[in-house]
Write a protein that binds this ligand. Structure first.
Ligand code: SAH
Length: 362
């Protein structure tokens, strides 16, 4: 029989899916030996959230940022051409998103913690909700925000304006590693506090990590997955670390591209098995390492994809890392999903099933 060892490992893991040592072992699989893990994760996805893929149109609102994360291409100290989209540009992209039948939109940006920026976001969110309503989308587009850390009052205002999901990555659950990749004015504790606030406000809440960071071990990644579970998170977006040349972490030695890709895929699979009914995104960073990276993520248990709808002339300046793929036209994004036998759910919010069950438990 093929893959006997891996099948045993999986069987034992599934009996106690919180054993960090077994998670590390699963994460270390390479090549053909990953197939039982992939198949189990796919099956788990099918049973818990179904096979449909939910699209969120991604709009990168501004690359201005007040933070100086050591890995990020749009960090404050980098000299890149800065832009902020106008309300009209953002609403225009939202209308395209709604017309394509993608029921949801993500607004992402650098971190600007001012009330003025929150005012701007609230105005945009209200306008998108109003202007994208039609008989197929009676509530307008679903809106996810990914704008970094704010105060609870500011989060509340954005929720009240009509956004209902929020993504805030912790980047790593390991405090020491967090300290190595961020300047001293940021802390893991601050992000965890913000996640608790988001949950309290009522957002469907997502987090995630980077995979293959210099100094990151399999044991740390296993703890990341257990942290998603502990936080009772509704959505996960994570992907391989991709160095950005003009950042302090641009030249650090790291795992090869193929190893980072496989580790990224294994993380998706293990997260699916541990967290069950959450939404998991197959992220752009996977595609940065492999032209079929997004499809592979979906085959390892992800159920969300985020086609980029930022106007192309701005997109080139929202460069978190060097290998950011130039996204394919949106209709071929649909075709690439259908090619792997999956269907794109049309005109649906695609809310996290986990959120519904978390809410019922409250
Ligand atoms: N400022 C917002 C969102 C923008 S960045 C926030 O921090 O929430 C979105 C994500 O891109 C980050 O959380 C990080 O995980 C990822 N990212 C940034 N630089 C990266 C790099 N060099 N390689 C891979 N992912 C990166």
């Amino acid at each position: 029989m093929k893959h006997l060892f891996e099948k045993h490992l999986l069987e034992h893991f599934l009996k106690a899916p919180s054993d960090p040592a077994r998670i590390s072992q699963l994460l270390s699989l390479t090549g053909e030996a990953c197939e039982p893990l992939r198949a189990a994760a796919y099956d788990c996805m099918k049973q818990n959230v179904g096979e449909d893929v939910y699209f969120r149109g991604l709009v990168e609102v501004t690359n201005r940022c007040g933070l100086n994360c050591l890995y990020c291409g749009i960090r404050r100290d980098n000299s890149v051409e800065r832009y902020t989209l106008s309300e009209d540009d953002i609403c225009g992209a939202a209308k395209v998103c709604a017309e394509m039948g993608f029921g949801s939109l993500v607004l992402q940006s650098g971190e600007l913690r001012s009330d003025k920026y929150v005012d701007f976001i609230c105005r945009v969110v209200e306008r998108i909700k109003r202007e994208t309503k039609n008989e197929r989308l009676p509530m307008g587009l679903g809106i996810t925000l990914s704008l970094g850390v704010f105060s609870q009052g500011q989060f509340q205002r954005m929720f009240d304006a009509g956004a209902h999901r929020y993504l805030l990555r912790i980047e790593t659950s390991n405090e020491q590693l967090f300290g190595q990749i961020h300047p001293a004015d940021q802390s893991l504790g601050e992000r965890l506090d913000a996640i608790a606030m988001l949950q309290q406000v009522g957002f469907q809440t997502g987090t995630g990590v980077m995979i293959g960071l210099p100094g990151q071990t399999l044991a740390m990644l296993a703890q990341d997955v257990l942290m998603f579970k502990k936080l009772d998170i509704d959505m996960v977006g994570m992907g391989p670390f991709l160095p950005s040349r003009n950042t302090p972490m641009g030249e650090n030695p790291i795992l090869s591209a193929s190893k980072r890709l496989q580790l990224g895929l294994n993380m998706i699979a293990v997260t699916r098995l541990v967290c069950g009914d959450i939404n998991i995104a197959s992220t752009t960073a996977l595609e940065g390492l492999d032209p079929n990276g997004r499809q592979k993520g979906l085959l390892y248990g992800a159920n969300v994809a985020m086609p980029n709808l930022t106007p192309p002339e701005n997109r080139v300046n929202y460069k978190l890392y060097d290998d950011k793929p130039v996204m394919q036209p949106v209709d071929s994004a649909v075709a690439s999903i259908e090619k792997i036998g999956r269907k794109v759910a049309i005109n649906k919010f695609g809310d996290s099933r986990h959120f519904a069950s978390r809410f019922a438990r409250r």
